[in-house]
Design a protein around this ligand. Structure first.
Ligand code: MRU
Length: 369
């Protein structure tokens, strides 16, 4: 997608040194565009854990490249396989909710079995990382094409007046390799000349909506307005939201959706106001093992400083300020689960389906056991 008019992905190999992975360090957005060099497995583990990069699809692709960096470091002896398995475990342990991480590590470990020597395995790890990244981008592009008719239909019914879409967190291209999921249909509609306007939930505590989604929509020229996390229900009651599109970090094959904390409340408000609530996700985000999202999806809990402090630009510098009494404890649940019954439909790379086992398996028949 566009950054100051130039096309960019969120991670890539350095042009003159294939042993370095470059990523957009999202901690500096929207104020500064910073590219970070990652040179080792340790670097990648730290970048995912400390959220230099984030978002389900992107951390999956990053884990793929993390395994490639691990392959470059692996000892050329009988401990090779053990080293690579441990590398996979370290990457998987960085963030527990998004299933894309384990999925990417598993893809790598499977692919590596075909290599006959460490150097052949390194080539395989690099190819696999690139395939994971490219397929993430392509899935998001297809999600855009499948979601576009939903926006077109609303636009027609409104006689071409702007379609108001509410989104939560950042399920944009910054959360993936390119295009994003929730944003892909929006970008496709905007490119086609359909008038759209996006309500962007600020998304406390890390403010991915206010700092990332608003920035990327602005870069693509998409009209948008940042709102407080609690404003969505009010806007829905007053007819100011035509549809909700969010992303997902893990969706069970029965249609329960884990996404950024606060998503569930938006789904409840949408239900009460008869507003379609769509979840856009690539199949790498579907957990084919879990049936009961509420009880089985692990919910990441992060440090209390993210709730008690807020960060922003002040006199040209990024500063962090305390919002709360220093001694008050704070809880920081990073995700919640929206039950399938509150979801209108899933938008995937293969098309749109109802959030239930039968419909999901009809789109992905190879998953039927
Ligand atoms: O904690 P983050 O920023 O990694 O959260 C993940 C997300 O980007 C959101 O939950 C998003 O809506 C899911 S789509 C990747």
């Amino acid at each position: 997608m566009n950054v100051n008019g130039k096309n960019s992905r969120t991670l890539w190999l350095k042009a003159d040194d294939e042993q370095i992975v470059q990523v957009i360090d999202q901690r500096h957005l929207p104020h500064h565009f910073v590219v970070e060099d990652l040179r080792s497995l340790d670097d990648m583990v730290m970048a995912i854990r400390d959220m230099h990069l984030r978002g389900a699809g992107l951390i999956g692709a990053a884990a793929g490249f993390g395994m490639y960096l691990a392959a470059l470091e692996a000892p050329h002896d009988s401990s090779y396989d053990h080293f690579m398995k441990e590398a996979g475990l370290r990457l998987q342990a960085t963030r527990p909710t998004a299933v894309n991480l384990s999925w990417a590590v598993d893809q790598q470990l499977k692919a590596l079995q075909a290599g006959k020597s460490p150097s052949e395995k390194t080539t395989i790890a690099l190819n696999t990382a690139q395939v994971i990244a490219d397929s993430d981008a392509e899935s998001c592009r297809q999600i855009g094409q499948h979601g576009l008719p939903l926006i077109e239909a609303i636009s027609r019914s409104k006689g071409g007046a702007p379609v108001n879409i509410l989104t939560h967190c950042n399920a944009g291209w910054l959360a993936f390799v390119d295009y994003g999921t929730a944003t892909a249909p929006i970008y496709a509609a905007h490119q086609k000349g359909i008038a759209v306007h996006v309500w962007v939930d600020e998304t406390r505590p890390r403010n991915q909506g206010a700092s990332l989604t608003a920035w990327e929509l602005g870069q693509q020229g998409v009209p948008h307005t940042i709102i407080t996390d609690n404003a969505g229900g009010h806007l829905m009651q007053h007819g100011l939201v035509d549809l909700v599109i969010v992303g997902s970090d893990r969706t069970t094959f029965t249609g329960d959706v884990a996404n950024k904390i606060g998503t569930y409340l938006k789904a409840l408000a949408a239900k009460d106001n008869d507003i379609p609530f769509y979840v856009a996700l690539p199949s790498s985000t579907i957990d084919w093992e879990l049936e009961d999202g509420l009880r089985q999806i692990p919910i990441e809990q992060r440090g209390e400083e993210e709730v008690k402090y807020i960060e922003g630009l002040c006199d040209g510098e990024i500063r962090k300020v305390l919002l709360a009494p220093e001694d008050s404890p704070a809880a920081n649940f990073a995700f919640d689960v929206t039950p399938a019954r509150l979801v209108t439909a899933l938008i995937t790379e293969r098309g749109i389906c109802k959030p239930d086992k039968q419909s999901i398996l009809a789109l992905f028949p190879e998953r039927k056991s």
